[in-house]
Design a protein around this ligand. Structure first.
Ligand code: NAD
Length: 251
């Protein structure tokens, strides 16, 4: 591991009392959920990627759900547990720091680890909603039938019956709570980028708001990102190995 970069990261975290964290799929690979852009990732199958759009959901709801389940409701996602990286972020909060997590992940692992301020920019695979009556459903309902539909009944006993929408941001839909993320980036002591390739706008722009406001940005990622050249610390390593070290004051 790069001792100097890890040391700088530890100092940045130690001196910051208000930390904003942006996480991506790399945060959860050590929990057994692969990221999608790597060699064997789900996005290598272009038909799967294209199917994860709101247009496809509207045009072919049955085929959409079959593919959505193939991508997101498979065993790796459903059985995943928080890894030492998730737990280290929760530990930072328990130490009295303000830690606001903005995640592109849809797996719910930050909340499971105990982080209390988690904004799911891409929604969650654990919830679904009826587009007609707005009735909300959980994971068990989504798994109970191949194409989950709304079972809400009106006073006459008629069932709503609409095909549910996953509470996940699909291609063609806007990222959630982006303005909250921009504000947070502009008002923090440290902006920490964890496990994201920073390839997709508008989320990729968030570190720029921190830099523009004069706050340091630190990156832990296995590969280069466009912001590395302007970051106060760049650690090329596994989040689950690096974060527990720096949070424990080691490294
Ligand atoms: P991405 O573009 O955020 O890339 C992941 C990055 O993490 C890569 O640069 C990779 O080098 C790095 N990385 C992987 N493992 C790491 C580790 N242990 N430590 C440090 N860095 C690591 O992610 P993507 O796969 O292109 O996913 C795009 C979108 O798909 C996500 O934003 C999300 O909406 C969805 N997705 C979610 C999950 C999840 O919820 N866990 C998983 C895959 C994809």
């Amino acid at each position: 591991m790069q001792t100097q970069a890890v040391g700088t990261l530890r100092q940045l975290i130690e001196t910051a009392s208000d930390i904003v964290v942006l996480t991506g799929a790399g945060m959860s690979t050590e929990s057994g959920i692969p990221d999608f852009r790597s060699d064997n990732g789900a996005w290598q199958d272009e038909t799967l990627a294209e199917a994860m759009s709101d247009t496809y959901l509207h045009e072919q709801p049955h085929a959409f759900w079959q593919k959505f389940k193939q991508v997101f409701l498979r065993e790796e996602f459903l059985s995943a547990r928080p890894n030492p990286g998730h737990l280290a972020l929760a530990a930072l909060e328990a130490m009295g720091k303000r830690v606001r997590v903005f995640t592109q992940n849809v797996d719910g692992l930050h909340q499971q680890a105990g982080s209390s301020y988690v904004v799911e920019l891409h929604g969650s695979i654990r919830r679904a909603v009826c587009p007609m009556c707005q009735q909300r459903y959980g994971l068990a309902d989504m798994l109970a039938e191949p194409v989950p539909t709304c079972h809400w009944t009106n006073v006459k006993g008629a069932e709503c019956g609409f095909v549910l929408h996953p509470d996940t941001v699909l291609f063609g839909q806007p990222v959630r709570q982006l303005s909250e993320a921009v504000l947070a980036a502009a008002h923090c002591d440290l902006f920490l980028v964890l496990g994201t390739s920073l390839l997709v706008d508008p989320v990729a722009e968030l570190p720029n708001y921190a830099l523009a406001a004069g706050h340091p940005v630190a990156v832990v990622n296995l590969e280069d990102t466009y912001i590395d050249g302007r970051a106060a610390a760049v650690v090329r390593g596994k989040i689950g190995e690096v974060l527990p070290l720096v949070v424990a004051g080691e490294g």
